[in-house]
Design a protein around this ligand. Structure first.
Ligand code: BV8
Ligand code: ZN
Length: 256
């Protein structure tokens, strides 16, 4: 498969032709698509706003059980940050794309809800959401304050609220490392990877599984995969097209 790497050129005509003729476009996004909204990515986080937190260490059920206030405080602060941000042109372009192709399946690894706020009609949230916490013990949903009123500054520890039904601790509504993805969401995403005829991978380091399997499934079927990312990833050597740049730089051109 030819790979094309672009820095500042327009899209290769072959890619635009494929986009205009595709039947079912699968779009997979990661933290990079929200970076231009001001939300640090996980990779940036290690020296960004979350510098003193290591997401991989904190994003686990064990970390929450060990110190519920530290983890709840970190997620409450992250949610407050997200609510102060707006969708960027990349989110909006993906939302507009849904009207340009016969069928678009949007799968995101992100938990920020920005695709929905940008108007994407259907979003498969593989890792669930910052905005839908629930009881650790009985699963009862907890409606978070909006705007957040309980957020300690800068992610300081904050005791989690108690469940209205069983008084258990409310936990962040995301999928942590070592936890299974919501089965129905993962099944829909896998089905799309087996049915699509073009894949757009935007802003992911392609390191987290099973999400990272999706473009590989499509590639195994001979389907073209386009990667939009300013940096190299494991997908670089496999992608059919590699657009070296940011999501907000490349995606709006697709819907002009
Ligand atoms: C599971 C919510 C079954 C929490 C997150 C193989 C198969 C199955 C599992 C595994 C496997 N191998 C390993 C595992 C275990 C593990 C895993 O993948 N570990 C990794 C670290 C190797 N997976 C799991 O545990 C998953 N569960 O498989 O269930 C199971 C059950 C029990 C036991 C075993 C298995 C659950 C994973 C979900 C974890 N939760 N999020 C939270 O948000 O706090 S994942 C979290 O990290 C994010 O949601 C995100 O998905 C991920 C980070 O990835 P990215 O989105 O790619 O972000 P990153 O910062 O890494 O990269 C950003 C990219 O954007 C960069 O490339 C950068 O260059 C680029 N970029 C930057 N700016 C821009 C840009 N691109 C475009 N424009 C820009 N402006
Ligand atoms: Zn409960």
């Amino acid at each position: 498969m030819p790979t094309s790497s672009l820095e500042t050129e327009p899209y290769p005509s072959e890619l635009l032709t494929r986009l205009c003729t595709c039947r079912h476009l699968l779009v997979l996004t990661g933290a990079g698509v929200s970076q231009e909204s001001g939300i640090p990515t996980f990779r940036d986080a290690l020296d960004g706003l979350w510098g003193r937190f290591d997401p991989a260490q904190l994003a686990t059920p064990e970390a929450f059980d060990a110190d519920p206030a530290l983890i709840w405080g970190w997620y409450a602060w992250r949610r407050a940050q997200v609510l102060l941000c707006e969708p960027n042109p990349a989110h909006r372009a993906i939302a507009a794309l849904a009207d340009r192709v016969p069928r678009l399946t949007l799968v995101t690894q992100n938990v920020d809800g920005l695709h929905q706020r940008a108007g994407s009609p259907a979003v498969l949230e593989l890792h669930r959401s910052l905005h839908r916490p629930y009881c650790r013990d009985c699963g009862y949903p907890h409606i978070p304050a909006d705007p957040p009123c309980d957020v300690a500054l800068d992610g300081a520890p904050l005791p989690p609220p108690r469940c209205e039904r069983c008084r258990g601790p409310v936990r962040p509504g995301v999928v942590w490392f070592g936890e299974s993805l919501p089965a129905d969401v993962w099944e829909a995403a896998e089905t799309a990877a087996w049915d699509c005829d073009l894949v757009l991978v935007v802003g992911t380091s392609a390191l987290v599984y099973p999400a990272a399997e999706l473009p590989l499934t499509a590639l195994g079927r001979g389907v073209a995969v386009v990667q939009i990312n300013p940096d190299r990833t494991d997908l670089d050597d496999l992608a059919t097209f590699r657009l070296r740049g940011t999501a907000a730089r490349f995606l709006p051109e697709l819907v002009q």
